[in-house]
Design a protein around this ligand. Structure first.
Ligand SMILES: C[S@@+](CC[C@H](N)C(=O)[O-])C[C@H]1O[C@@H](n2cnc3c(N)ncnc32)[C@H](O)[C@@H]1O
Length: 307
């Protein structure tokens, strides 16, 4: 479709990892605009694919580019992937975060570069909008969003300003809110990632419960892997990557962190961590697709148990 802007990231290493599974059934748990799914279906002509997303518009978009006879679509949060009627897969992909198509739709309120209602929900059928979150969140919830998830060094100022401007139109639309944040967050401290980008990111993670969904989804994804099946996860945030790394190391029988004092024979080895370090986009991919810059891909293959 001409109006689609999302370019899938790290396609080649994902196909490479899925190729060795010689599988027939895949789950794209974040189908988005369908870029990865399309590549998987082209690479494996006999494959069937399950495509899920919590965003109804994404499912509609991907429905236009993916062949209906090979794809089963479901609107679902990936933390409930165990509810799908297909229970096991040869390859599962989670490409986290939001797509360029979501970011570029002003009505969705994800981007401060476009004016729109401060919404930010991936699933618009439920939950609080970002504007409601800013109006109603406790102090602790705001701190967690902006300090912990946005990793904004000037979180105190951002939180105090949000609390001060409650009940005004400043917390209702992306442009007004971004302008407010630009005014209170010191430009001199703006590093590689702009402060306002960080604040928006933290609020988006809170509004969508993104880290909780990932924590809940990964063990379910592991359970849904066939023996020999591969799980691929692309993250864009260090907190997401840390969660993925810990689960993969646990399943691979490796120490999950420095405080893990278990002996090697106390750890169950249920598969192989295929990426000791995450795979990142080549400089060529980063130039072609600047959004790919912070992407990190981790791969895990199940070798024990499973169907
Ligand atoms: C980075 S985009 C995926 C783009 C896709 N791989 C492509 O090539 O077009 C992430 C997608 O995952 C969806 N998503 C994020 N968290 C989700 C969750 N917990 N459950 C289901 N979908 C989710 C978002 O709505 C978005 O459409």
């Amino acid at each position: 479709m001409a109006d689609m802007t999302h370019i899938p990231v790290l396609v080649a290493p994902i196909l490479e990892a899925f190729r060795t599974t010689a599988g027939e059934t895949f789950l794209d748990a974040t189908v988005g605009s369908g870029g990865h799914s399309r590549a998987i279906l082209a690479e494996f002509p006999n494959a069937k694919l399950w495509a899920i997303d919590r965003d109804g518009e994404a499912l509609e978009r991907s429905g236009h580019v993916l062949p209906a006879d090979r794809v089963t679509f479901a609107r679902e949060n990936f933390c409930r992937l165990d509810r799908l009627s297909q229970k096991t897969f040869d390859g599962i992909l989670l490409d986290l975060g939001v797509s360029s198509d979501q970011l570029d739709a002003s009505a969705r309120g994800f981007s401060f570069r476009l004016d729109g209602p401060l919404d930010m929900r991936m699933d618009q059928s439920q939950g609080k909008t970002a504007a409601q979150f800013l109006e109603e969140a406790t102090h602790g919830e705001l701190v967690r969003a902006i300090r912990d998830w946005g990793e904004e060094p000037h979180w105190r100022r951002a939180v105090a300003t949000i609390e001060e401007f409650r009940g005004t139109e400043k917390l209702q639309r992306t442009a007004a809110f971004a302008d407010l944040m630009h005014r209170v967050l010191p430009a001199a401290y703006r590093t590689k990632i702009d402060s306002v980008t960080r604040v928006f990111q933290g609020i988006r993670i809170a509004v969508n419960g993104e880290l909780d969904a990932l924590e809940e989804a990964l063990p379910k994804a592991f359970s849904a892997l066939k023996k020999g099946g591969t799980l691929a996860v692309i993250s864009f945030h260090s907190l997401e990557d840390r969660i993925v790394k810990r689960y993969f190391r646990e399943w691979g029988g490796l120490a999950v962190d420095r405080s893990d004092g278990r002996y090697a024979d106390e750890r169950a080895v249920r598969g192989e961590v295929l990426t000791a370090k995450p795979i990142t986009p080549t400089s060529e991919e980063q130039i072609r697709n600047p959004r790919s810059r912070s992407a990190k891909l981790r791969l895990f293959r199940r070798t024990e148990g499973g169907a």
